[in-house]
Design a protein around this ligand. Structure first.
Ligand code: S3P
Length: 173
């Protein structure tokens, strides 16, 4: 495995944090979740940041945190938030930041996995299906363009998905 960051991108509910944990254990690297790092830094959760600073305030924090995390000399596994690709500055940072892995998920999978979610501000709407479909349509080309590897985790166990993904990462060596 080349000593570069492994960066997970993809929509909400694609399993970036779960698969990220498995990759971090396998490669014995720290896992850094950008959303959690922002929450820790601010002492406030993502919903609060969206409420008080708006999405634009959150995006500014996200770019600053991405830049900071990518600067780590230690190779990391990095789980990003689903909207990170919406900002040109982030796309530039990601493109040169490490091996970018796109975790794909269908609208149906996202809706099922986020059914009881109350922590993602963009999903606290009446018509969640419409929002998920719109977000996917906007972002899918951006995820695909940035990805060194695109991976469909499917509905199996996280452990089995991660094992398949690790095989694909190893093939890129
Ligand atoms: C967002 C995704 C979330 C979080 C924020 C905005 C998005 O991360 O960054 O709620 O714009 O898709 P997850 O993809 O980890 O849910």
């Amino acid at each position: 495995m080349r000593e570069q960051h492994l960066i997970l991108i993809g929509p909400m509910g694609a399993g970036k944090s779960t698969i990220g944990r498995q990759l971090a254990d396998h490669y014995r690297r720290p896992l850094v979740d950008i959303d959690s790092a922002i929450e820790q830094r601010c002492g406030a959760d993502i919903s609060w940041i969206f409420d008080v600073e708006g999405e634009s305030g959150f995006r500014r924090r996200e770019t600053a945190m991405l830049e900071e995390v990518l600067a780590s000399p230690e190779p990391l596994v990095i789980a990003t938030g689903g909207g990170i690709v919406t900002q040109q500055a982030n796309r530039q940072l990601l493109a040169s930041g490490g091996l970018v892995i796109y975790l794909m998920a269908s609208a149906g999978q996202i809706l099922r996995r986020t059914r009881n979610d109350t922590s993602r501000p963009l999903l606290q709407v009446d018509n969640r299906a419409e929002v998920v479909e719109r977000i996917l349509a906007e972002r899918e080309p951006l995820y695909s363009e940035l990805a060194d590897l695109s991976f469909h985790s499917g509905d199996g166990s996280a452990g089995r998905s991660a094992a398949r993904l690790i095989e694909q990462i190893e093939r890129l060596r």
